[in-house]
Ligand binder design. Sequence first.
Ligand SMILES: [Ca+2]
Ligand SMILES: [Ca+2]
Ligand SMILES: [Ca+2]
Length: 241
Amino acid sequence: MATRQVAIVCVCCALIVGASSSVSAVMIDAFTDRLPPNPDLPGSGWQILFVGTVWDPVGQYVTHPVSDAASQSSLPGVLAGDRHVEIYYVSGTASASVLNGLFFNNDVGGRSTLELYYGMNEDLNADLTVYAGTQLEINVLDGDMSSGPRPLPCTVTVTSCKGTPQEATASVTLDLIGNGVYAYPFTGFPGVDFADVDALRVVVDASQASAVDVLIGSFETDGDSVPTQSSTWGQIKWLWE
Ligand SMILES: [Ca+2]
Ligand SMILES: [Ca+2]
Ligand SMILES: [Ca+2]
């Protein structure tokens, strides 16, 4: 009897696993593709973007007083492969890196704005309604936005049908406060055709409160999430406290 109960439970588990793995999502950025080594940091080779001042072990301080950017292509974890990332100076020192998540770090006194841009050079022509998609999702794995509190405004801007009479652009802003999945329903973007999305932009605005840190695990449509990498935060946060 006990054996039969175990067997029935196992069958149920298998059915649940099978059902969930048949659902899918459009992954816009799994944040598995690292940023390139920063050309201004030849001593460390750090794969970061930064504003403010960073010590490079080759023996010099390097300052980016305005912004820092990287455009990458053919990235396997990014929709259509192209990702442009740019960080803008407000005060202090701040950086962005990608290592099993997008880590946006603002040092003590650091205020900045981070922008992600997909489809900057070539239209995405992406159908985000596949897999019955209904919303965009920003998956926040960790951060310290709740201490204060000091909500972190995160704006998603979508452009569809670019270059046609139906071209439309709309934005939605949510405040990131704690860990979790932040949903941007398609219905919140009036006029946008999610069957032909040509550009996606995400702006994380850490200009209003200093020393905000956040780790974002993925940017995707609804459906299955990528596995969370909870250990990453502990591995890299000490670098930037
Ligand atoms: Ca920090
Ligand atoms: Ca198009
Ligand atoms: Ca902090």
